[in-house]
Design a protein around this ligand. Structure first.
Ligand SMILES: CC(C)(COP(=O)(O)OP(=O)(O)OC[C@H]1O[C@@H](n2cnc3c(N)ncnc32)[C@H](O)[C@@H]1OP(=O)(O)O)[C@@H](O)C(=O)NCCC(=O)NCCS
Length: 186
């Protein structure tokens, strides 16, 4: 039986456990490259803070581990929620801490798996994500998400203020397979 909650072509997604919180995970959270677009970048991350964060995730949100199917290696996390059940809406965030795995389409695959779960399994109507990170923007654009707003100077970056870009996808826009995803699988 699969140990994964969601399984794609190269990625497995499973619950993020307190046993995942260790030196490797903390190194991700304290890495300036990983945190370039994170509100956490001015604060050191500790074991205690990471455990408190995990414990603070309520019933209407999930934080999940993104793993490589072939080796089982944990390369980052994806989070959704808290779900606004009345409006059928949730925000999605992703952090791939293992920088050696960037640029291989793993974020796109993980986001697509979560998108399917949120729309097909949970029946949500809309998902959204906002960031100053152009790589996140490129990943979701390739999955058909729309840029629907810009939050001007919302983020203080290394070299000055950056805009947040707000992307969203509606349930009726979801497609199981996108051309960019098929390209990655080859
Ligand atoms: C954002 C992040 C999840 C992307 O992960 P990834 O696995 O490298 O993403 P993918 O390979 O699926 O897609 C990245 C896309 O961004 C593009 N990209 C990468 N750097 C870019 C940049 N500086 N400017 C524009 N596009 C960029 C890639 O070319 C790729 O697009 P393409 O496939 O159309 O060529 C990863 O960099 C990360 O975890 N960063 C730290 C945490 C973070 O900032 N999260 C976003 C906030 S929710």
């Amino acid at each position: 039986m699969s140990t994964y909650f969601l399984t794609g072509a190269r990625i497995g997604i499973r619950p993020f456990e307190s046993s995942d919180i260790g030196p490797r995970y903390l190194a991700w959270l304290n890495d300036p490259d990983v945190n370039r677009y994170s509100g956490r970048r001015f604060r050191p991350s500790s074991l205690l803070a990471a455990e408190r964060y995990l414990a603070s995730i309520g019933n209407d949100a999930e934080i999940l581990a993104v793993c490589l199917l072939d080796s089982g290696t944990h390369i980052g996390n994806i989070k959704y929620g808290p779900i606004d059940w009345f409006n059928g809406c949730a925000e999605v965030e992703i952090l791939l801490g293992d920088k050696s795995q960037w640029g291989k389409g793993y974020a796109r695959e993980a986001i697509q798996l979560i998108t399917r779960h949120l729309f097909i399994t949970l029946g949500l109507h809309r998902i959204e994500g906002k960031t100053a990170n152009p790589a996140f923007a490129a990943a979701v654009k390739g999955l058909g998400w729309s840029l629907e707003g810009v939050l001007r100077d919302r983020f203080r970056g290394e070299d000055g203020y950056l805009d947040y870009q707000l992307y969203s996808l509606l349930a009726n826009e979801f497609k199981e397979s996108r051309p960019s995803e098929r390209k990655r699988r080859k």
